[in-house]
Design a protein around this ligand. Structure first.
Ligand SMILES: [Zn+2]
Length: 78
C-alpha cells in the first residue's frame, strides 16, 4: 500500500454567501500523479467521482467540510 499524500489548497475563496469554491489537489490512487479538482464547500460534505487527467481512470473523492473548512479528504479508486 503506497503512502497516500493528500494536499488541500485553498486557492480561490470568494468568501461571501455560498459562492465559495475551493480547489483540491489530490493524488490519483491509480498512477500517483497529482490531479486538481474543485468542489462546493457550502455543503457539509460531498462525494463525487472524477476521472484522472493523467490516466483517465476514475476515483471517488469524499470531502468532509466543517464550518466552511475542509476537514478531511479521502480518495479511493472507483
Ligand atoms: Zn491517474
Amino acid at each position: 500500500m503506497p503512502e497516500r499524500r493528500l494536499q488541500v489548497h485553498k486557492i480561490d475563496n470568494i468568501g461571501y454567501g455560498w459562492f465559495v469554491s475551493e480547489f483540491l489537489t489530490i493524488t490519483c490512487p491509480h498512477c500517483g500523479e497529482d490531479v486538481e479538482t474543485s468542489f462546493d464547500p457550502s455543503e457539509s460534505g460531498s462525494e463525487f467521482i472524477i476521472d484522472c487527467e493523467i490516466c483517465c481512470r476514475p476515483m471517488t473523492v469524499a470531502v468532509r467540510v466543517r464550518a466552511g473548512e475542509v476537514n478531511s479528504v479521502e480518495v479511493q479508486a472507483a
